[in-house]
Design a protein around this ligand. Structure first.
Ligand code: NAD
Length: 327
């Protein structure tokens, strides 16, 4: 099979690329390297089966050319991370709306099935225990920059759904809950790599808010095969699937576990949301998925625990700093 992965040089995209190449498929990655990195991917060439196109997913010509001869598309390119969204709200909104519409339109022209990556952020402040795909969204004001990511992703879902319902394109939407693992960068606000970097440097771990907010973290290696299975199975198309873990942890407890696993002497420093993100920031107290639909469709069942994830991220960061010292 030949796949196109937009955003394939990013965290999830690079793991997906590696997985598909490992199965003997050919992969074209389209990425503008805004938050992704070429170093996340193997060398391009016939030997590896990888083709790399540096370009903007909002550019119809670039996307159209990248999609030539492709059997299926994973659309992951997006402006991601709270810091990115708050720093560059307007351009992020454009990327997340125009990029998805451009990818869907090219897929329609080529008749190519496409998976669109959405997010648990679309549930907003709905804190129900076990969020299901048909649960209501509870979001704050559209004038709060923080919600612009959720707004854009929700519209992406509507676009993807309508391209399927009205235009007959094979689309599948996936709502990813917090997905973590090696290669994720803490630069744009992702909490696990940020805490691990602080712990390994024995710096204070900065917990935003009261630390009692809880999240469920899923290892990227559990998510990637489910993405592939959902796109491969035509019976799943035309609808949306949650993918995530149901193992809950508060953010303060996460900081403690990372300190302990890293053998760090870091303290924990509480930072009010206002100081971390500016005035008017809203967050949700918890976000737990019900992934029964993905389990029934493709047998989705995460096998890695939070402790496995923390250990893997610490090991990766230690290896990277050892390599930097020796090289
Ligand atoms: P990431 O930032 O590592 O990946 C996004 C990739 O898209 C990067 O490589 C970036 O360079 C690329 N990109 C951004 N704008 C682009 C543009 N205009 N043209 C081409 N490429 C562009 O983040 P990720 O965590 O790997 O996220 C991948 C997808 O999964 C995103 O759609 C994101 O919204 C979604 N998602 C991720 C999580 C998570 O916890 N990691 C949760 C929910 C949803």
């Amino acid at each position: 099979m030949r796949y196109l992965i937009t955003g394939g040089a990013g965290f999830i995209g690079s793991h997906l690329t590696e997985y598909l190449l490992g199965l003997g498929h050919e992969v074209t990655v389209l990425d503008d390297l805004s938050t992704g990195s070429r170093a996340n991917l193997p060398a391009a060439g016939t030997e590896t089966g990888l083709r790399f196109v540096e370009g903007d997913v909002c550019d119809p010509g670039t996307v159209d050319t990248a999609m030539e001869g492709v059997d299926a598309v994973f659309h992951l390119a997006a402006a991601v991370g709270v810091f990115t969204i708050l720093d560059k709200t307007l351009s992020s909104l454009r990327t997340n709306l125009t990029g998805t519409e451009t990818a869907l339109e090219a897929a329609r022209r080529h008749g190519t099935p496409i998976l669109v990556a959405s997010t648990s952020e679309v549930y907003g402040k709905n804190t129900k225990d076990g969020l299901r795909e048909d649960d209501d969204r509870i979001v704050g004001s559209p004038l709060l920059n923080r919600w612009s990511y959720a707004e854009a992703k929700a519209l992406d879902e509507t676009f993807a759904y309508l391209y399927s319902a009205e235009l007959g394109l094979s689309t599948v939407i996936v709502r990813l809950f917090n997905t973590v693992g090696p290669r994720q960068t803490g630069r744009y606000g992702m909490v696990v790599p940020r805490f691990v970097e602080q712990a390994l440097a024995d710096e204070p771990i900065t917990v935003f808010g009261d630390g009692q907010q809880s999240r469920c973290f899923c290892h990227v290696s559990d998510v990637v095969p489910a993405l592939v299975a959902l796109l491969a199975d035509r019976s799943t198309h035309g609808t949306v699937y949650n993918l995530g873990s149901s193992e809950q942890v508060t953010i303060t407890e996460l900081a403690k576990r990372i300190i302990s696993a890293a053998g760090s002497s870091s303290s924990i420093e509480m930072v009010p949301y206002e100081k971390a993100y500016g005035p008017g920031f809203e967050d949700m107290q918890r976000r737990i998925p019900d992934c029964g639909k993905a389990r029934a469709a493709v047998g989705f069942a995460p096998s890695r625990t939070l402790d496995d994830i923390v250990a893997a991220v610490i090991a990766e960061r230690r290896e990277a700093s050892d390599n930097a010292l020796s090289g």
